[in-house]
Design a binder for this molecule. Structure first.
Ligand code: ADP
Length: 406
């Protein structure tokens, strides 16, 4: 089965082409288009020929998502990977927000597309671009099944006590204000991988998964289901992130709006783009922050401290919520690559919850299981692969559709 995975942003398209068959799954090409509708667009495709990676870059000016997808199609053709989108078995689309309407991967037809449009207001920066990608792909390959996979759907299992805010209940009833959670595709993927590593059934596993990238979130997974997660109505709540504040006292909004004499959207911009690690030390790339901290920069050290301390507090809360924890799982660019963050986050967990990091294994970089033998809780480093998870879920829907037609 040939499945193209698309992640359509407001000015970009990321793509990955997979071949899935039996137990075998491989990514044969990936790439992106950036700066759509800007003065100079940029495109890149990476693929493998005789196990050698080949990279090609282009600078074609692209005005619309339709032109963008046509260029993706041309790139795949020029590399002899795919002659035409109509030859695909399916196209899997990453969609940020599924609201309460979508609790699983969904085949896109006119009805589901209308439903999806009806919840665009929940993620005005992301969902409209995701929908544009779906519409353009449908135009270019009308007979190819299009599947939407949502960042929120894995967290639709949250109990009401975890997803309701203590706000006027009409806000939930009339405006759908509740916690949804994000990064669901990643939390689900690494949870499945963790179950395999631990030799347990997925439906029996209890985990705390920590997706730490520019955006960062945690999930408490009980018997294979997400029962709590740190992001909320939007991806602003929870952990401290690259440029997002995470949990704060909401009264700071009106307080600072008055002080600065600005409106809510300006404050929202501060909280999303000028806060987090960036707000504390002027830098959002963790590699740079670590270098600066090592050189004695106090702001960078503080940013690191706050980042890890907040995650540790969530580990405590989720341990209590879960009762039994089989493993704490680190993933995402930071979780997978930073022994320092893993070490600072796990510092002191032996005394509180009996999780003991093996520093040697942690620093080595080649171990997946990094807890000491006598640790009560395993600690894992698991590489996430959201695109692969989208391809897998798409293939499952396609198989169902094909069965219905037989
Ligand atoms: P996104 O949320 O944009 O997908 P990623 O998951 O790629 O982000 O993570 C990006 C973050 O990972 C950046 O802060 C980057 O500095 C950090 N990172 C990547 N590699 C390392 C590393 N070797 N050590 C520390 N941090 C790293």
């Amino acid at each position: 089965m040939k499945i193209l995975v698309l992640n359509s942003g407001s000015s970009s398209i990321k793509f990955q082409l997979f071949i899935l068959g039996g137990e075998q799954t491989s990514s044969i090409a990936s790439g992106f288009i950036e700066k759509i509708a800007e003065n100079s667009s940029f495109q890149m495709i990476k693929y493998y020929l005789d196990e050698k990676e080949i990279k090609k870059e282009y600078k074609k000016k692209i005005e619309t998502h339709k032109e963008g997808l046509l260029v993706v199609s041309e790139m795949l053709k020029s590399c002899s990977l795919l002659d035409d989108f109509t030859l695909l078995d399916g196209i899997g689309h990453r969609v940020v927000h599924g609201g309460e309407l979508f609790s699983a991967a969904t085949l896109i037809d006119d009805n589901s597309l209308e439903s999806l449009k009806s919840i665009s207001h929940l993620a005005p920066l992301h969902n409209p671009a995701n929908i544009t990608g779906i519409e353009v792909a449908r135009d270019l390959a009308p007979n190819v099944p299009q599947i939407a996979i949502f960042d929120t759907s894995f967290h639709q299992s949250l109990p009401k006590r975890a997803y309701m805010y203590a706000l006027p209940k009409e806000w939930y009833e009339n405006h759908h204000v509740r916690r949804y959670g994000f990064h669901g595709t990643s939390h689900f993927f690494v949870a499945k991988e963790s179950a395999k590593i631990l030799g347990k059934e997925f439906y029996e596993i209890n985990l705390i998964t920590l997706h730490l990238g520019n955006g960062a979130s945690g999930a408490a997974i009980k018997n294979g289901e997400s029962i709590d997660t740190s992001m909320g109505l939007t991806p602003l709540e929870g952990f401290v992130m690259g440029s997002r504040c995470g949990d704060i006292d909401p009264a700071i909004l009106p307080f600072m709006a008055k002080k600065l004499g600005c409106d809510v959207s300006e404050i929202e911009n501060y909280l999303n783009k000028k806060s987090g690690l960036l707000g504390i030390c002027g830098e959002n790339d963790l590699r740079e922050i670590i270098k600066r901290a090592e050189d004695g920069d106090k702001d960078a050290s503080l940013a690191l401290d706050i980042f890890c301390y907040r995650i540790k507090k969530y580990i405590g809360a989720y341990t209590v919520a879960l009762g039994r924890v089989d493993a704490i799982v680190f993933t995402g660019g930071i979780g997978e690559n930073s022994p320092l963050v893993r070490s600072k986050t796990c510092e002191g967990l032996e005394e509180s919850i009996g999780a003991i990091l093996d520093e040697e294994r942690n620093r080595d970089g080649n171990f997946v299981e990094i807890a000491k033998k006598d640790s009560k809780i395993e600690i894992l480093v698991v590489k996430t692969n959201e695109e692969l998870e989208i391809a897998i879920q798409s293939s499952e829907i396609i198989k169902k559709v094909n069965k219905e037609f037989l």
